[in-house]
Write a protein of this length. Structure first.
Length: 261
């Protein structure tokens, strides 16, 4: 489904965000990527729909090297890859239904989209997507009147209306409280199971990674340092990924030691 072959990405300022990544993600998997801030997690995910473009290697999706795609072919790829962001990425002054219908823009002519003339089928799909997330009662409410958790579910509904083969979620629960975070993760897991959509999620939270992932990929300094079943992951595994203790008191002690030098 998705294959990285010796992929590297160096930004113009010289930062090496990805270093010789070799990775294969199978159709229908629910994968969680973990690592410290700056480890390369976001770059890894954003390279899959060419928000950022690797500078070396091959990145194959369904057997096609996406690094060679341009214009129409690149837009065709992005139609089938849904993206969920930490900050929801909604049009705050628009209604919920208009935000969800944005998932159909790639399938609608520019004039019709400007005039908000979506087909009955598109509107039905948008409503059904909201139903699946349990927020169909918010259909005509402005996005900025919703809670953070509701806004993130609107963004998931928008992705659903896109009818993707792949869902990429870049820290989707980082701005949410723990109960809401778990609900969003449950929603993503349910969609993955019911629709067999390949799902790759970046997370900071170890407990959620272990609870929801089929497979965990650990990154450090732009490299994949762990790749295995979530069932086999332990505290020691995360310490190996992070290159340090994951216990709060040990981390606090390390900070105090640095400050006292």
């Amino acid at each position: 489904m998705i294959e990285f072959k010796n992929v590297s990405l160096t930004y113009p300022n010289g930062v090496e965000a990805l270093k010789n990544v070799d990775l294969k993600i199978n159709k229908g998997e629910f994968v969680v990527v973990v690592g410290l801030s700056g480890a390369g997690k976001s770059t890894l995910i954003r390279s899959m729909n060419r928000i950022v473009t690797p500078t070396d290697g091959e990145l194959l999706i369904e057997g096609q090297d996406i690094l060679s795609l341009k214009n129409k072919k690149l837009r065709g790829l992005r139609k089938k890859i849904g993206m969920i962001f930490q900050d929801y990425n909604l049009v705050k002054r628009s209604t919920v239904i208009k935000n969800v219908l944005a998932g159909r823009l790639a399938y609608t002519s520019t004039i019709k989209s400007i005039l908000n003339r979506f087909s009955k089928e598109d509107r039905k799909l948008a409503y059904e997507s909201l139903q699946r997330l349990g927020i169909e009662d918010k259909i005509y409410i402005r996005a900025d009147q919703l809670s953070g958790g509701q806004q993130q579910r609107v963004s998931i509904a928008r992705v659903l209306s896109q009818k993707p083969n792949i869902i990429l979620a870049d820290e989707p629960v980082a701005s949410l409280d723990p109960p809401t975070s778990h609900q969003v993760m449950k929603d993503l897991k349910k969609i993955n199971r019911e629709d067999h959509i390949t799902t790759i999620v970046n997370l900071h939270f170890i407990d959620m990674a272990m609870e929801y992932a089929d497979r965990i990929i650990g990154m450090r300094d732009g490299k994949v340092v762990f790749d295995g079943s979530a069932k086999n992951v332990t505290e020691a595994t995360f310490e190996e990924i992070y290159g340090r203790s994951i216990r709060a008191e040990d981390i606090r002690g390390g900070i105090d030691d640095e400050q006292n030098k």
